[in-house]
Design a protein around this ligand. Structure first.
Ligand SMILES: Nc1nc2c(ncn2[C@@H]2O[C@H](COP(=O)(O)OP(=O)(O)OP(=O)(O)O)[C@@H](O)[C@H]2O)c(=O)[nH]1
Length: 351
């Protein structure tokens, strides 16, 4: 056949096979803390009915168990299987585990049409992506299809322009620089000129990597080299960013809860032992609120927060336990927990 004449007889292993043995595309979904990655995932999972989609989460540090349950309670049965990639911080050492997790998943559940991998808000997607090209050499079942970066229209500029301490990279910037596709989310929270400003900034950022993409096409440079070009030797974790989680039993007064959250997010009233104000960038919780039969979800991003009843009832004998996750700077878990308990017992005591 004519086509066969044109093809070399031996197909290199890195060529994508087609047909039933085709590799499974992996899309990395990245974006800063609270940008809307999970919201996007839920949307994709709801929209795509005829595909088997596996979702893999790489959550940050100790918060993983709770974050997992938060996502599950949002998406219900859509998720076929949960994988907690142990190290939390994928960008450092989860490399092997990440692929292993995918392989285990496929072993257990059969092949998927698509894999979505949500990184943590503080991840360097370059490190996540690199695990796929390393494995591509070994003839993996999966290949990296693209990196999608979700940007928060309201806080994206702030994240991008944040001055990092010497030697640290700005995660938000890197997430955008490595994106194949950027999605500006939460446009309802900004006006037209704020949106234009962000769009222009992101475009400028993108132009810095457009060369890499074109290089990619003209010279057949693969992702490996592309990543090499944008590789940084700087340490990529901002150690001042901490995750605090704690649990407090009882049912909370909604009024006192609002006061506590506002003091924390708006007034920045609480200080750590060094006297520095605790700054929370991301806040999540599953709470028991007085007079509410259903679990209440707390979601906070910088100064914005919402308390929403979930569809899930507290079971009859289920202990009412409030679980909270705080991600931010200058946080002290002990002090924060003490402040929380004290704020909640201010008037209506925590039962
Ligand atoms: N106003 C508004 N809020 C949104 C939109 N998309 C998401 N949110 C809210 O933003 C908050 C964070 O959304 P998530 O999807 O959990 O963000 P995330 O990027 O997965 O968060 P992390 O994984 O913790 O980094 C939630 O309270 C969402 O309801 C939007 O388009 N408009």
């Amino acid at each position: 056949m004519e086509e066969e004449d044109e093809c070399p007889e031996l197909v290199p292993i890195k060529e994508k096979p087609t047909g039933p043995t085709a590799q499974i595309p992996v899309t990395i979904i990245t974006g800063y803390l609270g940008a809307g990655k999970t919201t996007l995932l839920n949307y994709i999972l709801t929209e795509q009915h005829n595909k088997r989609i596996a979702v893999i989460l790489n959550e940050f540090g100790e918060g993983s168990a709770l974050e997992k349950s938060l996502a599950v309670s949002q998406a219900g049965e859509l998720y076929e299987e949960w994988l907690e990639l142990r190290n939390g911080c994928l960008c450092c050492s989860v490399k092997d585990n990440g692929l292993k997790a995918i392989e285990n998943l496929m072993e257990k559940k059969g092949k998927f049409d698509y894999i979505l991998l949500e990184t943590t808000g503080l991840a360097d997607p370059g490190a996540v992506a690199s695990m796929f090209w390393v494995d591509a050499e070994l003839g993996s079942d999966v290949y990296l299809d693209g990196i999608v970066t979700v940007i928060d229209a309201k806080y994206g500029m702030q994240h991008l322009t944040e001055e990092k301490p010497e030697g640290l990279i700005n995660e938000a910037e890197r997430q955008i620089a490595l994106a194949d596709l950027t999605i500006i989310n939460k446009t309802d929270l900004v006006n037209e000129s704020e949106l234009v400003e962000l769009r222009d900034t992101v475009r400028v950022d993108l132009s810095q990597v457009l060369d890499l993409h074109s290089f990619d096409i003209s010279d057949g440079v693969r992702l490996a080299e592309k990543l090499q070009l944008v590789k940084t030797h700087k340490p990529h974790l901002d150690k001042s960013m901490l995750t605090i989680t704690f649990e407090v039993p009882g049912s909370l007064s909604e009024d006192l809860l609002n006061i506590f959250i506002q003091n924390l997010l708006w007034e920045k009233t609480f200080k750590n032992k060094a006297g520095l104000a605790m700054t929370v960038i991301r806040l999540k919780g599953i709470l028991s609120v007085q007079q509410k039969q259903k679990k209440v979800m707390l979601q906070g991003v910088h100064e914005l927060y919402e308390l929403d009843e979930t569809p899930e009832f507290w079971a009859d004998h289920e202990p009412r336990i409030n679980r909270l996750v705080f991600i931010g700077r200058n946080l002290d878990g002990e002090i924060l927990k003490k402040e929380f308990i004290s704020a909640m017992s201010n008037k209506d005591r925590v039962e």
